[in-house]
Design a protein around this ligand. Structure first.
Ligand code: NAP
Length: 292
């Protein structure tokens, strides 16, 4: 069984980005610049944003963290995004989700300039992805594609089953795996909470992407011998034996499924680090495309 190590694979991506950034600086250019918008005090969001900012520093990108109060109005937030859109020194903008309830997520996503949409959630980015055009791929599916590439996992002609159809993970991943790409060309089945006989479907999968947010959902009897398993789930499960009082658990019963899988991502340390790598690649791409 091959452990798909997200820390190692993301390090490889980050090292390349670091070298490309060094080259830009040697050429007398400024480095790429990511602006992250964090609203309120959600613990998980704080952790994710801190990790993104830290990775920017490691690579040599500039980053700006805009912290806004939980009580901000939608109009005020849209005004801030407009300022970032019009700031020529900023290449990529991300607004950490979820948003406070008074703010429409779709309005915020739509307000980010498509040329700075490094999260790849804007309808223009999604449309371009579906049409196979140059775009920003949402970071988590992008990270998983980079993982497949890093470990040279054969995908052509395989049956991939994606569990979950969210706009940020499941649906774009189903599009990528079915696209005519070196690590695509799968026959894809996308499943969701209304899918009957899910276990029957997953048992026929060569590749399973578990992105539903239910810890330990994918059991060994749902998996074919030799399948490749990408576990996207990140759920905080209460655990009094840890300092934080919780541990992170994936959507796959790792202990049992890893006995049958040919390759599997751990949680943590699998898809999570690759997500940040995907975001960083998008940021450099945004810079390059804007600079023409
Ligand atoms: P989401 O928006 O809640 O979507 C979950 C999807 O799973 C929905 O499409 C839902 O179906 C489907 N689902 C729920 N129960 C199901 C069941 N019993 N059988 C089949 N499908 C089922 O979640 P998300 O944002 O995609 O995130 C999924 C998980 O990935 C979460 O644990 C999240 O924390 C994690 N995540 C990790 C990363 C990372 O970097 N590693 C990034 C993003 C998200 P319906 O559409 O029918 O409701």
């Amino acid at each position: 069984m091959l452990l798909l190590d997200g820390k190692a694979a993301s390090k490889a991506v980050k090292t390349t980005l670091q070298q490309q950034t060094q080259q830009l600086i040697s050429d007398g250019k400024r480095p790429p610049h990511l602006a992250a918008v964090l609203i309120g005090n959600n613990g998980a969001s704080e952790t994710y944003v801190a990790s993104k900012v830290k990775t920017c520093e490691e690579i040599g990108f500039h980053s700006t963290l805009l912290r806004l109060d939980e009580s901000i109005t939608e109009a005020e937030l849209l005004e801030k995004i407009d300022q970032l859109n019009n700031d020529d020194s900023i290449d990529g903008i991300l607004v950490q989700l979820p948003l406070p309830k008074q703010i429409s997520e779709s309005k915020v996503i739509n307000s980010i300039s498509p040329e700075k949409d490094v999260d790849g959630f804007h309808p223009v980015s999604v449309g371009r992805l579906v049409q196979g055009l140059e775009t920003f791929i949402p970071a988590t599916p992008y990270g998983m594609m980079l993982m497949l590439e890093h470990y040279k996992i054969e995908t052509k002609g395989k049956h991939a089953v994606v569990i979950g159809r969210s706009n940020i993970v499941g649906r774009p991943m189903s599009v990528l795996l079915s696209s005519n790409l070196l690590y695509g060309n799968c026959t894809v089945t996308i499943t969701h909470s209304h899918t009957p006989n899910l276990a029957e479907i997953t048992r026929s999968a060569d590749i399973i992407v578990a992105a539903l947010g239910r810890p330990g959902f994918v059991k060994a009897d749902m998996v074919k011998e030799g399948a490749v398993i990408l576990d996207v789930g990140i759920t905080r499960v209460p655990d009094p034996n840890t300092a934080k009082g919780y541990r992170i658990q994936g959507d796959v019963d790792f202990e049992a499924v890893s006995q049958k899988a040919s390759a599997i991502t751990p949680v943590p340390g699998g898809v999570g680090p690759m997500t940040i790598a995907g975001l960083m690649k998008n940021t450099l791409d945004a810079y390059t495309r804007r600079k023409g």
